[in-house]
Structure formats: structure tokens, C-alpha cells
Write a protein that binds this ligand. Structure first.
Ligand SMILES: *Cc1c(COP(=O)(O)O)cnc(C)c1O
Length: 435
């Protein structure tokens, strides 16, 4: 077998064998062979994650049948540039309907007036805000990576692409919130154009009103990245950032929100919305894949019709799972605050070789989740924790009663050291037992 990958010879050494193995498998295939291979990939994916696995990965979800049925990929091959009534293209009158419906739905659910929904990801939604409100050389202040600050907030991500300087907000590890006492002086010194709240792990709300008051003193805009918690916000069961003073809110449409992949920016301010819209088009998109909008419309309508039910169930499951993990002998993060008020739970996996190592073992046993850095750990330490999100199992019908069984699967794999194949059978059985 070849020594190094041809696709990415620069990829890390641990990736090389897998890349090389696959390259050998897929090189030089005929049209028929590629078609068969693609069919097999899709079937296997449906089997593994959509039918068999206990998926606790925090950044994913599953769509309802109704929403899936609304996805027509050919819509995405129709570039639609400009506003309904003033487009570059002709013959897109049907698309106009979605382009008006979806922004109205998303704005209403999130407590805003305006929603920009053409951005294909939350990373691009954040970049649109940076492009609109901060120029190269300007500073933005964001949560430290150890506090879950997302790559798209940091210098190696979208913020760096925009040429921004990135300053870490002062952070209070005990309270898992901005260090409000230190914030005003910090902002006076660093003078950020934009302050960004929101993270990849959100167990508790932030004191948004207090951050907004400090932002006002220095004329900074406040952006709340609700990528993970958008589904809870839609149900009115997590803080409503625009009610509490954020100027702008960005979100992913496919995590707890449970729609197709994509991003959105929501605000109450027409002037800010106009600048975000210009950053979205003609700034960052031409064809934006309008096929996303149909399932997104269905999912938004499901949230509106379902009220707070889904958010309540996600949160109840997270609380039940945290308590069960604690009973099983795991160190659940933030015990002093009752572990979580969101759909997220974090576990200290230091005793199991760290989060990534533990996640690999859990996957062999049919439980899918990821490692995460934990607040208060030294910078540069490998991901110490496990991050859990209950949104997908909630949608699949798991209730608080089942969370004890999920925690037991994790205990058997990580604490008891049972063989993954054995636990995997029970993980599948648990999954099958849910109607
Ligand atoms: C996942 C995430 C993003 C990126 O979302 P994509 O839609 O995958 O680009 C941005 N910000 C936060 C806080 C996230 O958790």
C-alpha cells in the first residue's frame, strides 16, 4: 500500500493510513462502480447513525419525515440572486415564496424583526457579521477556546480570514460566564468593534444584559452565537438573546434547531439587517442553495406549532442524563450549579484518557459523541471532557426514563471496561426498543 495519502499528504500522521486505505479502494472506479459505492455509503450511513446508533453528538440532529420530504435538491441548482421582484434571474417565482416565508418564520421564532437565511452555515453567518461590522485590523472580543469559544470566533477561523484581531473576554470559570467585574476595563482598553457570546458548550445562559451594558459604554456591538441553543430559544426555554440586549444573533439551522444544514443572522435593527444582507449577497454568496429553505420552512413551522414541548423534553433529558451519569460514577461538569439547564451535558473524561479517546471507545459501543475542552483547564491541553447533546435522542423519542440506560451503556464501556461489541448489541436493542 502507498505510504502517504494523495488527497492530503499534509494531513496528520494518524490520518494517513485511513486516507491511503480509502484511496486504494476508490481509485479508478467506473460509473457503475461509483454509483454502487455511493448507494452503499448512503445505506451504511442510514444504518449506522439514522437507525442503529445512540447519537449524543451535540452538533447534529435528525429531521422529521415531513421536513425530509420537502428537500428537492434541484432547487439548489437554481441561482437566485437579489430580492423577490428584483432578481438577476427569471422564472423563480416559486422560490420567491420561500425567500419571504423563511425569514419571517425565523425572525418570529427567535424574537427578531429581520432574518438573513441565505448563509450556508453559522460560520458564514458569523463571517457576514464580521464583514459588516468590523474591518481588517479591528478587534473582536470572544469567549476563550477553553470556554467553548468556537473556531469561527477565533484567529484560525473566520475571524482570522477577515483579518481581525481576536481578544479573549475575561472569563469566570466558576460561574461559566464572562467575568463581569473585569469586563468594563477590558473593553475600554481593547475597544472591540464586536463582542461575541456563545460557544460550543452551553450549559447555562450568560448575563447578556450586563455584557450589553458594558458594550454600550464603548460603542461595541453585541453578537450572540446561538448555534447550539437555537432550538431551545425557538421554544422559549433558554435565554432569548435579542430580548436581553444582543444586537445580533447568529445560529446554525441543523443543531438543536433540527433543520437542514445552514446558518442565519437575526436582529431587530433594520440598519444592521441591511448591512448583514449586503454581506450575505453580493458579499459572501452567489448561489446560496435555496433547496435548504423548503425543509427549513417545515422545521420552523414545527417549532411554532410545537411550542416549548421539544425544548422542554431536550432539557429534561439532559437533566436526567446528568443525574444518571453522576449516579454511575462519572464526574459531571458543573455539579455545583446542578450540571445543566440546557440540552448539553459535559463529563470530565480525564480518568479515561481524555475526551477524544473516550469518544472513540464509546463509538465502538454504539454511542456517538465527541470530546470537548473543559473550562478552567490549561490552554493547549488535549480535549479533557466529553460533550453530550440530547436533541437527537429526544427527537427519536427517548425520554428521561431511558437516560439511565444510556448512562449505564457509557459506564459499562468507560468504567467497567466491558468489550464494545457486547455493549453495542445492547445499544442497538435500546435504540430499537424506542417506538
Ligand atoms: C457549530 C458552531 C458554529 C458553526 O456552525 P456551522 O453551521 O457548522 O458553520 C459556529 N458557532 C458555534 C458556537 C458553533 O457551535
Amino acid at each position: 500500500m502507498q505510504e502517504r495519502s494523495r488527497v492530503a499528504p499534509w494531513a496528520p500522521p494518524q490520518a494517513q493510513p485511513r486516507l491511503a486505505e480509502l484511496e486504494a479502494e476508490v481509485s479508478g472506479l467506473s460509473l457503475d462502480a461509483v454509483t454502487r459505492l455511493v448507494d452503499a455509503v448512503l445505506a451504511e450511513h442510514r444504518g449506522r447513525l439514522d437507525e442503529d446508533g445512540v447519537v449524543l453528538y451535540a452538533g447534529t440532529n435528525t429531521m422529521s419525515e415531513r421536513a425530509r420530504a420537502a428537500h428537492e435538491i434541484s432547487l439548489g441548482c437554481r441561482p437566485s440572486m437579489g430580492w423577490p421582484g428584483d432578481k438577476r434571474q427569471t422564472g423563480l417565482e416559486e422560490l420567491d415564496v420561500l425567500e419571504v416565508l423563511v425569514p419571517l418564520q425565523i425572525a418570529a421564532l427567535m424574537g427578531g424583526e429581520f432574518a438573513e437565511v441565505r448563509l450556508q452555515s453559522a460560520t458564514l453567518a458569523n463571517l457576514a457579521c464580521y464583514s459588516a461590522f468590523a474591518g481588517p485590523g479591528d478587534t473582536i472580543a470572544v469567549l476563550p477556546q477553553a470556554a467553548g469559544g468556537h473556531t469561527s470566533h477565533h484567529a484560525q477561523g473566520a475571524a482570522g480570514i477577515r483579518g481581525l484581531r481576536v481578544a479573549d473576554l475575561p472569563y469566570d470559570t466558576g460561574r461559566l460566564d464572562v467575568d463581569h467585574a473585569a469586563l468594563p476595563a477590558f473593553l475600554r482598553e481593547r475597544r472591540p468593534a464586536l463582542v461575541v457570546l456563545g460557544a460550543s458548550l452551553m450549559l447555562f445562559p450568560y448575563d447578556v444584559a450586563r455584557v450589553r451594558a458594558a458594550c454600550d459604554e464603548v460603542g461595541a456591538l453585541l453578537l450572540y452565537d446561538a448555534s447550539h441553543v437555537a432550538g431551545l430559544i425557538a421554544g422559549g426555554r433558554f435565554q432569548r438573546p435579542l430580548d436581553e440586549g444582543a444586537h445580533l444573533m447568529t445560529m446554525s439551522t441543523y443543531k438543536s434547531f433540527g433543520g437542514p444544514p445552514g446558518g442565519a443572522v437575526v436582529t431587530r435593527d433594520a440598519d444592521l439587517a441591511r448591512q448583514v444582507a449586503a454581506a450575505a449577497y453580493p458579499g459572501l454568496t452567489a448561489n446560496y442553495d435555496a433547496s435548504r429553505l423548503a425543509p427549513l420552512a417545515v422545521v420552523a413551522a414545527e417549532h411554532a406549532a410545537g411550542g416549548s414541548g421539544y425544548a422542554d423534553r431536550c432539557i429534561a433529558n439532559a437533566g436526567a442524563l446528568a443525574a444518571a451519569l453522576d449516579r454511575e460514577g462519572f464526574t459531571v461538569v458543573a455539579a455545583h450549579r446542578g450540571w445543566t439547564v440546557s440540552h448539553h451535558v459535559a463529563v470530565d473524561a480525564g480518568a479515561f484518557g481524555g475526551g477524544d479517546e473516550a469518544a472513540r471507545l464509546l463509538a465502538e459501543g454504539g454511542v456517538y459523541l465527541s470530546g470537548v475542552g473543559l473550562p478552567g483547564r490549561p490552554a493547549g491541553e488535549p480535549r479533557r471532557g466529553l460533550r453530550i447533546g440530547t436533541q437527537e435522542v429526544t427527537r427519536r423519542g427517548f425520554g428521561p426514563d431511558t437516560m439511565g440506560e444510556v448512562a449505564a451503556l457509557m459506564r459499562r464501556l468507560l468504567i467497567d471496561g466491558q468489550t464494545p461489541a457486547k455493549v453495542r448489541r445492547d445499544a442497538l436493542a435500546l435504540r430499537r426498543a424506542i417506538p
